[in-house]
Write a protein that binds this ligand. Structure first.
Ligand SMILES: Cc1ncc(COP(=O)(O)O)c(C=O)c1O
Length: 392
């Protein structure tokens, strides 16, 4: 069932692609673990032959995600990096990618190190917030790749500006929207061709499975969605049916979780900024704060400023380590977007794969910590941070 343009996202997360099972009336779609399906004759089947090529549970979650992102089609993969790899595989050898300089470390490694070595792809990293430089650098590019808000500096990229530049130069635009989720922003509505997610994060929301998504716009270059679907099967990059069922279960609470997590993050960011000096914080980075350089753009294109906050702490690396290991509710662990709050250290963890000079250039230093705000009571979370700042 497509609910596009007919119902709000909070309704669509529960109903899109999730009609009761026609055979039994079960309100939760059945989990099909079968790897193979009986054929009724040569060239005759009931829609499926082999689970890598198509699976009814995967079909359900892909239908739901296409609906949520207002996409022509969506595809799910075993991890976010697998989704990114498939997108890179759509390119011809020697193609040119222009990517935002602030990217998750694993995506940086894929684009800046693995793809050039494997298929001679050329990659330039630039600041996508500077649209003049982007317009100049994008000449001759095949793919424009960016995250907004970006990981870990939470830079906000203007979706419509990138979409217009991509159209002008004939490049495909890909937005990694992991930090926002469809309940925070809808990049395809702003003219972007492909939206990517690590479903491991907000979409899954419980830190209990890995997944990735590519959703392709109706306005994307002809044949792109078919090519992504072809490569998903041809390269075997499929999400397993039990994870598809978990993802569908998690999507049902996505709107609630994102609303709660965004509200708590906004509260914490304001409190931390108001008492920054007292807490030994030199900078609070959150797109919902008026002090954030991308706040104006974020307010135009986002419906929730998200649940990630980055902080720069004073007092040196030893103090940063004491803070990271002193919180009780915020677990010191990588990942984000889940119901439990997390705190992590990008320079040594999520961005360890990024070349040191590049980390220095864009200011991912030892003073930077990243918070992912969960669904706990926001006052408890504030008290936890305050006592860790005091211990540090
Ligand atoms: C913004 C972003 N994109 C992609 C990924 C990669 O996703 P996965 O870990 O599911 O492969 C991550 C992981 O942290 C991420 O933060």
């Amino acid at each position: 069932m497509s609910l596009k343009n007919r119902a709000a996202l909070a309704t669509r997360v529960i109903h899109a692609g999730q009609e009761p099972d026609p055979a039994t009336g079960a309100v939760v779609p059945p989990l099909y673990t079968a790897t193979t399906f009986v054929q009724d004759g040569i060239g005759k089947n009931r829609g499926y032959d082999y689970s890598r090529s198509g699976n009814p549970t995967r079909q359900r979650v892909e239908t739901c995600l296409a609906d949520l992102e207002n996409a022509a089609a969506a595809f799910v993969f075993p991890s976010g990096l697998s989704a990114a790899s498939i997108m890179v595989a759509t390119l011809k050898p020697g193609a040119r990618i222009v990517a935002h300089e602030d990217l998750y470390g694993g995506v940086y490694r894929l684009l800046a190190q693995v793809a050039p070595a494997m298929s001679g792809v050329q990659v330039d990293l630039i600041d996508f917030c500077d649209t003049e430089t982007l317009a100049a650098s994008a000449q001759g590019a095949d793919l424009l790749w960016f995250e907004t808000p970006s990981n870990p500096l939470l830079k906000v990229v203007d979706l419509q500006a990138v979409a217009a530049i991509a159209r002008d130069v004939g490049a495909v635009s890909v937005c990694d929207s992991t930090f926002a989720s469809p309940c925070g922003q809808l990049p395809l509505d702003h003219g972007i061709d492909v939206v990517m997610h690590s479903a491991t994060k907000f979409l899954g929301g419980h830190s209990d499975f890995l997944g990735g998504v590519l959703a392709v716009s109706e306005r994307a270059p002809k044949g792109l969605a078919d090519r992504v679907g072809y490569l998903q099967n041809a390269l075997g990059a499929v999400m397993c049916p039990s994870d598809c069922a978990l993802l569908l279960r998690s999507l049902r609470t996505l709107a609630l979780r994102v609303e709660r997590q965004g509200a708590s993050a906004a509260f914490l960011a304001q409190q931390l900024e108001a008492q920054a000096e007292e807490f030994g914080i030199s900078e609070v980075i959150y797109p919902g704060l008026a002090s954030h350089p991308g706040h104006g753009v974020a307010a135009q294109q986002m419906t929730s400023f998200g649940a990630l906050i980055s902080l720069r702490l004073t007092g040196g690396t030893k103090r940063v380590e004491r803070v990271l290991t002193s919180t009780e509710l915020f677990h010191f662990a990588v990942s984000l977007g889940s119901v439990e709050s997390l705190i992590q250290h990008p320079a040594s963890l999520t961005h360890a794969a990024v070349a040191e000079e590049h980390r220095e250039k864009i200011s991912i230093g030892d003073d930077l910590v990243r918070l992912s705000v969960g669904c706990e009571d926001p006052n408890d979370l504030l008290a936890d941070l305050v006592s860790a700042f005091a211990a540090g």
